[in-house]
Design a protein. Sequence first.
Length: 389
Amino acid sequence: MPWITSQEALAVLKVQPQTLYANVSRGRIRTKPHPQDVRRSLYHGEDVKRLAGRHAGRRSVADVATQTISFGEPVLASGLSTISDGRLWYRGEDAIGLSDHAGLEETAKLLWQVGRVDLAFPATVRGMPIPANPFEAALLALARRASHDFPTGGRSHAVLCREAAGLVGTMAAAMLGGGADGALPLHQRAALAWQAPNAADLIRRALVLLADHELNASTFAARTAASTGAPLAAGLLAGLGTLAGPLHGTAAVSVQALAETARRVGPRRAVHDWLSRGHRLPAFSHPLYPNGDPRAAALLACFSCSEIYEGIREAVAEHSDEPPNVDFALAALADHYGLPASAPFTLFALARSVGWIAHMLEQTARGSLIRPRAHYDGPALKMAAVETA
């Protein structure tokens, strides 16, 4: 059993693809490119066999739950997106292929299952400048909607989709300002707002590639909110707040900080100093893509990185074989076209709002409350005192 395919590895391990990729990222299973298809990988058979031996026997529910919560097995069923063989899929369609021609509006139609009805994200305000803090502006706009919008329960899918389109429009107006024509596709409105018309096609591609990504942290937060029957706007608030973490949607900020240092001392010195301080390299590698983030590859193939960002990539390559992920691509894209520093997060938030809504619609249709249990590891329970009382 020297080298085996992913299907053979999955059959031996009896796990989902996500678990296989997580074991690869943690160094438990070695891989190499497939000699006949560079998009696929082969897996070291002895590593797979050894790992399968460790997992032999029935695992307890608690063990399964513990391993599930961090890049492990799925915690709930969803028909929206998945990562398989190093590729991202939206309802069975390759997201990379979709980004070659579609916009965020078409992607929303696919994920929301709108059908043949034209879908647009209407601008709700006009004449407003780009806010100094797009994140804060979006939070305030969604909070106003969440305070008076109807709960999701008992409402038709078509009505919820119309409300959802308006909510994406509300977020876009808040984060981009209200200066652009609200009838334009969202990528064109963003390019005009940032005075970078040449960036429109790359913005379109980025929006499509960021629309959904399985059950990530912000999506889980939005979906949990929806499971309670909360308004769609409240679910978007939950997702947006979670996206703001440095390990999620604001990872590009760390890349921008590294780039600023590189401009002063050079890319190689900047990377060296970053690692010397014990910092993890930002925006390189991804646990679910052991052979590289295809979203980053698709974007980086469409433009040339500046000397600084290319230098960072080369300096990182000296240290490890970790390829850049989509956060690096967003930061490099913003740098190449002179977009605002907040552009990567704005693109991430606007794109992912479509995925959050798709998950909220799916959860609402299923009608179940998401309520995990906690594994208590605190102080011993004072049972004697309880019994005495």
